[in-house]
Design a protein around this ligand. Sequence first.
Ligand SMILES: *Cc1c(COP(=O)(O)O)cnc(C)c1O
Length: 355
Amino acid sequence: MLDIKITKTTEPKQKPAKDQPLGFGKIFTDHMFVMNYTEGQGWHDPRIVPFQNISLSPAAMVYHYGQEMFEGLKAYKGDNDEVYLFRPDMNAKRTNVTNERLCIPSIPEEDFVQAVKAVVDIDRDWIPTTPGTSLYVRPFIIATDEFLGVAPSHTYLFMVILSPSGAYYSSGLAPVGIWIEDEYVRAVRGGMGFAKTGGNYAASLIGQVKAHNEDYSQVLWLDGVERKYIEEVGSMNIFFKIDGKVVTPVLNGSILPGITRNSTIQLCKEWGYDVEERRISVDELIEAQKSGKLEEVFGTGTAAVISPVGKLRYVDDVMLINNGEIGELSQKLYDTMTGIQYGKLEDKFGWRVTV
Ligand SMILES: *Cc1c(COP(=O)(O)O)cnc(C)c1O
């Protein structure tokens, strides 16, 4: 149990108006959670303080070699003003998987969850209530030693900041166009693709820019060695419904193990689908589409929950999926997952956590 010291703000900020478009990641709440790590002492001084700038030496290691990690989850407000998190224990576990890869000291899972709950609780009035909106929770850790040598840092900061965010879809699920990238790669096995760390995103920006220039909203990455097998989309995992079966790339070390991916697999199995976690080549996808067996494609991730894909482009091949419309399974997954998250549906799996 952390003994969290709380300093409340004396100057609360103006909260966004009910009808104000929130967008994503632009507005921050009144408070944040902070905890330090010092070698020999461990994690110490857990505290909640007013949201504010931090001061670091320009030589702080995080600025030079990218030793950092982050997580992402959401807090939802249900009817009766109840506040819910969705499987925060999974974020805590994944934090330590990422930490191990990046030589960052681990955080006890229960401390991670306690920190998230405590700061969400303090700023619970910031959780928007318009349908589809939520409070995005961003825990992260940075290396803070003042040192330009290449080595793991001896000191770190763990912080949790909160951002009210708008509905991902303002008018129902809208299928997106996705660019299959054949030149750049995001991660390789043995690298850090399975870890949630900024470096993976730095590597992905160029592909994102390329896709945007071609009027596609996201990039689908191929494996880093043969550039032949499907990996994942920008910040989402990817699923295909092929000839009645649900297929998704197997976690091979270069793919981020999404919590929404895990939940999607559990729900599909519960509903009686055959779910295959395996290698899928881009050729198999093109073949399936040509023979009319590629029934649905959708991305899964905390931000959008389920993101139907209406169009895929690989080099000069443009594949239209399900006539550019939302598939039945995509819609059912979205309705079920968000129903559980907002406390409107029964939570069979015990995924919902009340704050
Ligand atoms: C966070 C993330 C995902 C989705 O994970 P969720 O836990 O479902 O939000 C997928 N891919 C990448 C690269 C990510 O960073």
